[in-house]
Design a protein around this ligand. Structure first.
Ligand SMILES: Cc1cc2nc3c(=O)[nH]c(=O)nc-3n(C[C@H](O)[C@H](O)[C@H](O)COP(=O)(O)O)c2cc1C
Length: 325
């Protein structure tokens, strides 16, 4: 049975990619992912603030920094060179410790500062770069169009600086999601990673403080990605990599039936341990054996291709026929 597929155009042995997070923040952790059977890993993101402000300890200091881009006070004083240097050493060490593809990840909010460092990332041996772009839509003077343009500018700038493949990981906060993803897919990139899941602050009503307790996704969150992978399948000429809410082997199969080339997993590994990759692979193989499939291509997009199903994925209003209510 052949579980191989691609990520950023590079062949990977199976569709399970450990997504950018604390799970991929050190070479030892990356090795753990590879030993568990992951097809590829995306390293923890290097944050634009780390370059702009010259602060670098956040990679190891606190995963939650990712969700608080403005929380500069988390960060100690380090020079710009040290910030990027720490990350380049992580890439080199990770590459030495495993034979699966190792992708770097950069969190970017502007096209100015960090694309210049993309070439260093390439030189350090990363097999590809995932751009984790999020421009918070919280500025009243910033139009939707301007925000979308900034995404395009960032991608252009990176492409100018590197030859390795590029994946673009985005959230779904766009006025015209389809159009934006279509425009991004027409740039010189290899994969679209849909969708990132951002921190969702909550309030502790006893202490009246904001708390970070929703860091991990739940399995029911898979449906948002499932819908968009299915709607984009066959219409966008780039790899669609599904992310968010994939917690079990059934989730992986669903995403491939919707048209995903591969999937990224994170929360389920935090909850079940990295060795859970093996359990997921066993589940996929068992299902394929039961259904008589020998490779992923034989069932990729099968459900999305059916026009009746497209109508179901486009539907947003509940109807009695669907809900029985
Ligand atoms: C603790 C933690 C740290 C994360 N750090 C990053 C990061 O540095 N860069 C990034 O692109 N995504 C980051 N993410 C998002 C994950 O890569 C993933 O896209 C998200 O959790 C949705 O996938 P899941 O439902 O499998 O968890 C992080 C997620 C968690 C839970």
């Amino acid at each position: 049975m052949d579980l191989s597929t691609t990520f950023m155009g590079i062949k990977i042995a199976n569709p399970l990619i450990v997504s950018s997070s604390g799970l991929t923040g050190t070479a030892d952790k990356v090795k753990e992912c590879a030993d568990a059977g992951a097809g590829a890993v995306v390293l923890k993101s290097l944050f634009e603030e780390q370059i702009v402000t010259g602060k670098d300890t956040i990679i190891s200091q606190d995963d939650m920094y990712f969700w608080y881009p403005q929380a500069i006070d988390f960060v100690n004083n380090f020079s710009k060179g040290e910030g990027i240097g720490t990350y380049l050493r992580l890439i080199e060490a990770a590459k030495k410790s495993v034979s699966i593809p190792v992708m770097a990840s950069i969190n970017c909010v502007t096209p100015w500062e960090w694309p210049r460092f993309a070439a260093d990332i390439e030189k350090s041996g990363a097999d590809g770069i995932e751009l984790n772009i999020f421009i918070p839509p919280t500025n009243i003077n910033l139009t939707g169009y301007k925000i979308e343009e900034t995404y395009m500018d960032i991608i252009h700038e990176v492409r100018k600086n590197v030859e390795i493949p590029i994946a673009v990981k985005v959230g779904f906060y766009f006025t015209s999601l389809y159009r934006t993803l279509y425009k991004i897919s027409n740039l010189d990139i290899n994969s679209l990673v849909l969708f990132n899941r951002y921190f969702r602050p909550d309030i502790d009503i006893d202490n009246m403080r904001v708390v970070a307790q929703n860091a991990f996704s739940s399995p029911h969150e898979i449906t948002l990605t499932l819908r968009w992978i299915a709607l984009l399948y066959g219409k966008i000429n780039k790899e669609l990599i599904a992310a968010t809410g994939i917690h079990d082997y059934q989730g992986v199969i669903k995403q491939i039936l919707a048209g995903a080339t591969a999937v990224q997993i994170c929360s389920t590994l935090y909850k079940n341990g990295v060795s859970y990759v093996g359990t997921l692979l066993d589940g996929i193989r068992d299902w394929m054996t039961r259904k008589g499939y020998e490779n992923l291509d034989s069932f990729r997009g099968l459900v999305a291709r059916n026009e009746e199903n497209t109508a179901a994925f486009e539907r947003v209003q509940f109807m009695r026929k669907n809900t029985g209510a």
